[in-house]
Design a protein around this ligand. Structure first.
Ligand code: AMP
Ligand code: ZN
Length: 473
């Protein structure tokens, strides 16, 4: 299998550290608000990657964190904690806000048929909450101070980036270049030694004096900086280095650079062998984001009558490393395409016929789809292969067993739930049969009336050489 590795900026042959097993970590949501469908593009991609790895035969251990503390509005050390701000605007406690949005996140994940993380605990806490790993985070701060990679001011404990030669290797940006980009208009700790130094632990003083989430530490009461949780959770659950670390491209420069630095400095280990980043979803050419206010939630998509699988297919139509522009028209087109796949899936309930597609046809396409997916997760290519096969099957009909096997494969690899649709009921079968009898004696009036009755129940009938073939309208 080949994957594009941000570390090294090229497509590389993927080889796990342990034969047959893959450790996968995903930076999860910050739970102060709804995830938008740009965020979901990221999480559906992680899920697709995991499904493809599993379909390649790997046992995947997947851990995803949930950020419920320390993520400041700037992604760096400026601004407010997103959770605290969210709680203030809603007039409730930070803990309640976190609980509320974790619940919604998990429900939406289920709707989108995203497999729950399995590498931490086999229950609801399969998601690793940052606030459940405070001791582990304090442990890392301790090591970094002891090793001389961190220093303390009155406001925070910082990681000193100039102490680590490899700092910034993920983005390829030199420290000197980043310094130029650092904003001068924001008020930061005057005792910070370098603008790129980042907080490991904030003290609840000054702008954070009223912080609701806080813990005791050997250096003073406070809360962890955002980047620290991922290093701590990976170390505690999967162990570093892991095989694959994922996230959106916006994380490359700061969050992932800092996670990497913490782990390398504290444990002398690489954090991950492969860094796989997905591109953004845009609206009118701009990144979909909460700060720009141009975002759409899954709830709104469903309210407008689309199914979660329509959105999933929309994501799969673009390669994960290309930006994609969201529009309702594009979502409608994906929905129509999905209907075509469902009609193909329904053929397993239809008459087969002489020239019906057989096992060999399915095996051949399955191999080709596997090759496309193993080639840096080329979902657009996989879908075009699926289109060609579905079209052939609609023309010729299909044998039942191989089609069911193939649908199972597609559902496992792409999560489209094509097998979920059910056969028509006996009464509907009877109507189709009666219509055939009416047609045999050329009673067109009766056959039209029966067609209409079926249409009313949401079934379209197509008369083919193999007999009547129905699909859901
Ligand atoms: P957050 O909850 O802000 O930490 O973001 C969760 C995930 O969504 C991260 O991996 C981000 O990189 C990703 N993300 C944020 N905005 C977008 C977008 N417009 N398109 C795709 N992914 C995004
Ligand atoms: Zn992270």
């Amino acid at each position: 299998m080949k994957l594009y590795n941000t570390l090294g900026r090229q497509i590389q042959q993927f080889q796990p550290l342990k034969e047959g097993e893959v450790s996968l970590y995903t930076c999860g949501p910050t739970v102060y608000d709804y995830a938008h469908i740009g965020n979901w593009r990221s999480f559906v991609f992680d899920d697709t990657l995991r499904r493809v790895l599993e379909s390649e035969g790997y046992k995947v251990k997947h851990v995803m964190n949930i950020t419920d503390v320390g993520h400041l509005t700037s992604d760096a050390d400026e601004g407010r904690d997103k959770l605290e701000a969210g709680a203030e605007s809603r007039g409730s406690s930070v803990w309640d806000v976190a609980e509320h949005f974790i619940e919604i996140f998990i429900k939406d994940s289920e709707k989108l048929n995203i497999l729950p993380p399995n590498g931490y605990k086999e229950n609801r806490s399969a998601y690793a909450r940052a606030t459940d790993f405070i001791d582990e985070q304090i442990g890392i701060v301790k090591i970094l101070l002891d090793k001389g990679f961190a220093y303390k001011t009155d406001e925070a404990i910082y990681f000193e980036v100039s102490k680590l030669d490899s700092y910034g290797k993920l983005s390829g940006q030199k420290l000197e270049d980043k310094e130029v980009g650092a904003r001068e208009d924001v008020v930061t700790d005057a005792n910070k030694r370098h603008p790129q130094d980042f907080a490991l632990w904030f003290f609840t003083v000054g702008r954070f004096a009223g912080h609701e989430m806080k813990w005791h530490s050997p250096w003073g009461t406070g809360f962890p900086g955002w980047h620290l949780e991922c290093s701590a959770i990976i170390h505690a659950t999967l162990g570093d280095p892991i095989d694959i670390h994922t996230g959106g491209v916006d994380h490359i420069g700061t969050h992932h650079a800092n996670e990497m630095a913490q782990t390398e400095a504290a444990f002398g280990n690489k954090l991950a062998n492969f860094w796989v980043h997905n591109e953004h979803m845009l609206v009118d050419g701009k990144k979909m984001s909460k700060s720009l206010g141009n975002y759409i939630t899954l709830e709104e998509v469903l309210k407008r009558g689309y199914a979660p699988a329509d959105l999933r297919l929309l994501y799969l139509q673009a390669h994960y490393r290309s930006q994609m522009n969201f529009s309702w028209e594009a979502l409608t087109a994906a929905s129509v395409r999905l209907k075509g796949y469902r009609a193909f899936a329904d053929l397993r309930f239809q008459p087969g016929g002489e020239s019906a597609l057989k096992n060999e046809a399915y095996i051949k396409i399955q191999d080709e789809i596997n090759q496309a997916l193993a080639d840096d997760i080329s979902t657009p290519k996989a879908l075009s292969l699926l289109d060609a096969l579905a079209e052939q099957a609609q023309d010729k009909g299909s044998e039942r067993e191989p089609l069911v096997g193939f649908l199972k494969f597609i559902d496992n690899a792409l999560g489209l739930e094509l097998l979920a649709s059910e056969d028509i009921n006996t009464q509907q079968k009877r109507l189709i049969h009666q219509r055939e009898q009416a047609r045999a004696i050329k009673d067109w009036k009766e056959s039209d009336a029966l067609r209409e009755a079926l249409n009313k129940q949401g079934l379209d009938i197509n008369d083919t050489s193999r007999g009547p073939v129905w699909s859901r309208g």
